[in-house]
Design a protein around this ligand. Structure first.
Ligand SMILES: [Ca+2]
Ligand SMILES: [Ca+2]
Ligand SMILES: [Zn+2]
Length: 427
């Protein structure tokens, strides 16, 4: 009964909040998760602030474009009618759009206004369809299954995230190795997509609201690619819903901060303040907030805005820094890196690092079995470094007895490989 009520409420809210379609349901889902599991938003914010600090270091210490991340993608097409079972050619085209936009090789980079050209950035992230499935067998990186929405005529309810479940259980491939993208009929074409940002809850338990089996991106089937025969609407037919949702999956927020004021922003300093989404327009005259020291117009060309696909054309340097730092930390494992100078391929994830006890009242033991030449440093929840870099081999201890209770992050490095562990300090 309760479930039905929730379902009808979300249907109602979506139907009456927008005339045609809703560009993205990510923020609404985050609010829902916060209500179910208070503290969820704080965890997401903690990860974001910490990663921003790491990103700032990356920018200072090496060329962003030297290292390219290659993200392994699997599409799960979940259909209830033949029309929803979209062809391979559309999914392959979506990969091409992603590679174009995340490498700033899109033809419309010239449309980025002059005031934003200095911050427009190549993310150095590329995408490829998985060639090996979780069992090690060859694959084309596309699965196709018949889906069973609770209310079939409506399509899949984003509020319950039901597209990711099947009668046989979870449909995801291991979310710590693949970027899972589910494609289906999300409420009549009203929701174009949604994704969960990284929150680093330990093992992503179901009770935290961030079950690992649900990590990934959901797209409406008629918002995929730039070559689909019958898109939801010509204004969103450029394949940029996926660009936007993957931005969320890498931790980016909406450019206006999901609040209708000029105070709450996206936590990114090189995107200007905005009081609202661009409301699916390409109006270059919008300037909803006064920025200091230079007042910029609203950045309607940013992929994390709600503009029409035709006027979305860039990420900023700081957004790129956050996404790349997420690939080295919270999203490590889904990408390989290639370094321009050496061409060496390696897995980004630094695996096998254990922390115990956690939570702790004072001392945390770090164990990295069989690994040498390691270092760690510790950040507080707002991204300030509280313990500078210390080298170690195999194991060491982190003593937080002189710090106040709260959440801290240990960044553990070995060469270019990095992992961040969340430390809960109790008293
Ligand atoms: Ca901003
Ligand atoms: Ca402004
Ligand atoms: Zn969004």
């Amino acid at each position: 009964m309760k479930k039905l009520f929730l379902l009808s409420c979300s249907v109602f809210c979506i139907l009456f909040s927008t005339a045609q379609f809703k560009r993205c349901y990510t923020h609404e889902l985050m609010v829902q998760k916060e209500n179910q599991n208070p503290g969820y938003m704080q965890r997401v914010n903690d990860v974001f602030e910490n990663v921003k600090h790491i990103a700032a270091q990356y920018h200072n210490s090496r060329s962003v474009n030297d290292t390219i991340y290659h993200v392994q993608v699997v599409f799960h097409v979940v259909y209830t009618s033949p029309a929803e079972n979209i062809p391979d050619s559309v999914l392959i085209n979506q990969i091409e759009v992603l590679n174009r936009d995340y490498r700033r090789r899109n033809a419309d980079t010239v449309q980025t206004r002059a005031c934003f050209q200095p911050v427009a950035a190549d993310a150095g992230i590329e995408f490829y369809l998985a060639t090996t499935d979780p069992n090690g067998n060859p694959t084309n990186g596309i699965t196709r299954t018949v889906g069973h929405p609770q209310i079939p005529f409506l399509g899949f309810n984003p509020g319950s995230d039901e597209i990711k479940d099947s009668a046989n259980g979870k449909t995801c491939w291991p979310t710590n190795r693949y970027l899972n993208i589910w494609v289906g009929n999300v409420f009549f074409g009203i929701v174009l997509g949604y994704a969960f940002p990284p929150d680093n809850a330990p093992n992503w338990p179901i009770s935290s609201g961030t079950d690992s089996a649900h990590q990934g991106v959901v797209l409406h089937y008629a918002a995929v690619g730039s070559n689909f025969a019958s898109p939801i609407d010509p204004t969103v037919a450029g394949g940029r819903s996926a660009v936007h949702e993957i931005g969320h999956y890498f931790g980016l927020r909406h450019i206006w901060g999901d609040s209708t004021d000029c105070v709450v922003d996206d936590g990114i300093s090189d995107t200007p303040f905005a009081a609202d989404a661009s409301q699916q327009t390409c109006d270059t005259t919008i300037n909803s907030c006064v920025d200091s020291p230079i007042d910029f117009p609203d950045m309607i060309e940013d992929y994390m805005d709600y503009s029409d696909d035709r006027c979305l054309n860039t990420f900023t340097q700081e957004q790129v820094g956050v996404m790349r730092a997420m690939l080295a930390t919270s999203r490590a494992g889904i990408a390989y890196v290639t370094t321009g100078s050496t061409g060496i391929k390696k897995i980004v994830a630094l695996e096998g690092i254990e922390v115990s006890p956690n939570p702790s009242n004072d001392i945390f033991k770090l164990t990295a079995k069989g690994k040498e030449d390691l270092s760690f440093e510790v950040y507080n929840a707002v991204g300030e470094r509280v313990i500078p870099t210390q080298n170690f081999s195999s194991s060491t201890t982190i003593n937080l007895s002189s710090f106040s209770a709260g959440i801290y992050f240990a960044k553990i490095s070995s060469g270019e490989n990095v992992v961040v562990k969340r430390l809960a300090l109790n008293r």
